[in-house]
Ligand binder design. Sequence first.
Ligand code: GAR
Length: 207
Amino acid sequence: MVKNSGDKIRVGVLVSGSGTNLQSIIDRSASGELAADVVCVISNKADAFGLVRAAKHGIAHLHLDHRSFSGRQEYDRALVEALKSFNVDLVVLAGFMRIVTPVLLEAFPNRVMNIHPALLPSFPGLDAQKQAIEYGAKLSGCTVHFVDSGTDTGPIILQTAVPVLEDDTEKTLSERIHVEEHRLYPAAIQLFAEGRLTVEGRKVRIS
Ligand code: GAR
């Protein structure tokens, strides 16, 4: 059972790049559509525009350079320390291009979400849009899932399909998937905030 805090939940968002998903979460939180406050944004990349977005909204933000740590677990220990210091209820990976370890997952059991730009279990890993085009898939989309120790293998919360058009490039398909991501991620976070998600093995039940 995924517990919720009853009122607004406290969300920590991890990014590596542009942060358009972060922006959609911030915007829906500001408009009151989402019962969640983004309380910190952490990036492994110094130049991630997600950090600028956080700054613009007066949200605590921090660059934690993975290259300053001796390994993934050491890095994740630093992430856990930072996230715990902000008392987060939910960790949201939004274009965070790093594999996370059990150090993070055990600190936040069933409380780490990710968004992936494909209909999992198809096209996990890097360059999912390119994979879908090269495979000749007619449908792709996006998936929000709880993170487990595999790569994009955790229990699926919500998915949306997006058609792959004949003349799609990686860029055009990514843009159309992004539009859906910006709706899907806040919807999944809202379900979590309302305490409506229960993880049973591979299945996420929505009450
Ligand atoms: C999103 O499309 C997200 O699905 C993808 O990175 C993009 C980040 O965009 N994540 C992955 O590929 C993770 N495997 P954003 O920085 O504009 O939110």
